[in-house]
Design a protein around this ligand. Structure first.
Ligand code: SF4
Ligand code: F3S
Ligand code: FES
Length: 254
């Protein structure tokens, strides 16, 4: 296959600051950006920090920004760039840098812990759960998430507004709430955990103005906005402002 010398600009530094550095690195046919980062590490920058694991788009570790676009390094083919184009690789912007291309994504783990897990229906034993295929399919789409946090990194609500991080869980975790709230067997409401009001009051659902940037960057092509965020907004609003829906819910639950 063909080989050429590609021009790369890679961010080097740590929490105290850093800079973009230029490198010339060999590019072989069929390679992805992560291959180049590995070659750079092996040949010119042995201490370059990069997080990766599967090289198959499945572990969600190698998230970064390539020419300013949030992407998985292992799923970005070099063939999408012209051989004379400089390819710039920087760490995700929304999370604090640890070193070089590695960011501290613990914000996401904090948000994950704030969402109560599935509450099984009382009195129903394992093996007695029954669900319609439609409901199974809906959950399955959301469960394709590899937790790359590219959607979390991209959403403008926190990307340029550090101060919103406290009040906003981000698309990945609002999607998790939507998944559980739409789950026909989840009994959180009955047990006093109101997922809809929590979404609005604790997880900042109202900050999302459905710009869909999260959906555009999702490597699993999950339709985060259309299938999770908008339905969750509709459910939360119905409940809060529509007295008939509210009354209907009360009656159905008796
Ligand atoms: Fe990544 Fe998509 Fe999951 Fe967001 S929803 S963390 S973009 S896989
Ligand atoms: Fe942010 Fe996605 Fe909503 S990008 S504003 S969470 S649609
Ligand atoms: Fe696993 Fe890229 S290395 S997703």
């Amino acid at each position: 296959g063909s080989v050429y010398t590609g021009r790369f600009r890679v961010w080097r530094g740590d929490a105290d600051g850093g800079e973009l550095r230029d490198f010339d690195v060999e590019v072989h046919e069929g390679e992805v950006v992560l291959d180049i980062i590995h070659r750079l590490q092996a040949t010119q920058a042995n201490d370059l920090a990069v997080r990766w694991n599967c090289k198959a788009g499945k572990c969600g570790s190698c998230s970064a920004e390539i020419n300013g676009q949030p992407r998985l390094m292992c799923m970005t083919r070099m063939s999408v760039f012209a051989p004379d184009e400089t390819v710039t690789v920087t760490p995700m912007r929304t999370f604090p840098v640890v070193r070089d291309l590695v960011t501290d994504v613990s914000f996401n783990y904090t948000k994950a812990r704030e969402v109560p897990s599935f509450v099984p229906p009382p009195g129903l034993g394992p093996g007695e759960y029954r669900m319609q295929q439609e409901d199974v399919g809906r959950s399955q789409e959301f469960r394709k998430c590899i937790e790359c946090f590219l959607c979390q990194n991209t959403c403008h609500v926190v990307r340029d507004h550090e101060e919103n991080k406290k009040a906003f869980a981000g698309p990945r975790f609002l999607m998790r709430i939507a998944e559980l709230d739409m789950h026909p067997l989840d009994s959180a409401d009955e047990s006093g955990l109101d997922r809809k009001s929590a979404a609005q009051e604790e997880h900042g659902l109202g900050y999302c103005n459905i710009t869909k940037c999260c959906t555009e960057v999702c490597p699993e092509n999950i339709r985060i906005t259309d299938n999770a965020l908008i339905p969750l907004k509709e459910r939360a609003v119905d409940r809060k402002y529509d007295p008939l829906v509210w009354l209907g819910n009360r009656i159905r639950r008796r």
